[in-house]
Design a binder for this molecule. Structure first.
Ligand code: MLT
Length: 285
């Protein structure tokens, strides 16, 4: 489906009935990364997944896309769809956007799911590398971004060549304008670590055990600082956790949605043979 937001076409999926779950993809991906979550949760939730401007089928906007601007677009879409308060699920850049959303629209949140993401800003050298990359994309297209990032999306032990090709194709379908805007927006994003302690909604932090882009310490710190947070580490998952390991990811999300967490939680052992691993409070995996 499509609608106009800020004068630009935005593509989204809206399926199922029930408490609304809104999924926000990472960089440089699109909503197809959440297809296994849409299928799984649409029998119990209203499931919305959007293509951020410049990604998938959504039209690009010009200029740096700040995380606040992306968050405002999601809020506008939710108002248009009359969702009421949502559980917001953000992967990586989608997590930066989810934290911006949590700060701007706290009463519009029922819960937060932060997947393979971090609250800190870019170190200066990382921010300047992003700006250089944005210039390179303006001149030569997004090929270098795909070549650099695609191998880092999945676990190093993943031998599924079809999956690797799908990830690469998804990235390659992003527009240069969208990639440039998002690179500049990520380079300028603020440090949100000080905001974490004031997040008032139950939060699930999900990390891929084999993620080489987001250090595990970042996920542990977020889960320890957000008052009502639970941390789940998914084995055999790289950066693109929910796409690479949809079964364990969906199980963790469903269990958290069912548990109405209150206070700091230690994730309960689901089954002895479960792929889910528990992370007791205070222990670094
Ligand atoms: C993402 O997956 O969204 C990116 O890795 C985020 C980033 O480059 O910081």
């Amino acid at each position: 489906m499509m609608t106009l937001i800020n004068g630009h076409q935005v593509a989204y999926t809206d399926e199922g009935k029930g408490p609304p779950l809104v999924f926000v993809h990472g960089f440089p991906l699109n909503r197809s990364c959440w297809s296994k979550q849409v299928e799984c949760f649409k029998s119990r939730n209203r499931v919305i997944a959007l293509d951020l401007p410049g990604f998938g089928a959504s039209e690009a906007e010009r200029g740096p896309a700040t995380m606040n601007h992306f968050a405002e677009g999601i809020f506008t879409l939710c108002q248009y769809l009359q969702t009421g308060p949502i559980v917001l699920v953000g992967h990586s850049m989608g997590g930066y956007i989810a934290l911006a959303f949590a700060q701007a629209y706290p009463v519009f949140l029922r819960g937060l799911v932060l997947v393979g993401t971090r609250a800190g800003r870019d170190e200066p050298e990382v921010a300047s590398a992003r700006r250089m990359r944005a210039r390179a994309v303006q001149q030569a297209g997004i090929g270098s971004v795909v070549t650099d990032m695609a191998p880092k999306m999945l676990s190093a032990i993943n031998t599924d060549l079809d999956m690797a090709r799908q990830v690469r194709d998804t990235m390659a379908s992003s527009s240069s304008e969208g990639v440039v805007s998002a690179l500049l927006g990520m380079a300028d994003r603020p440090d949100r670590r000080a905001q974490l302690a004031s997040i008032q909604v139950p939060t699930l932090v999900v990390a891929g055990a084999d993620d080489t882009l987001i250090p595990m310490r970042e996920s542990v710190d977020m889960a320890e600082t957000i008052p009502e947070a639970r941390l789940v580490v998914i084995p055999k998952a790289g950066h693109l956790v929910a796409y690479e390991q949809p079964g364990p990811f969906n199980e963790a999300l469903a269990s958290w949605l069912d548990s109405s967490p209150r206070g700091r939680q230690i994730f309960p052992l689901v089954r002895q043979d479960s792929q889910l691993r528990t992370v007791p409070e205070g222990v670094t995996p």
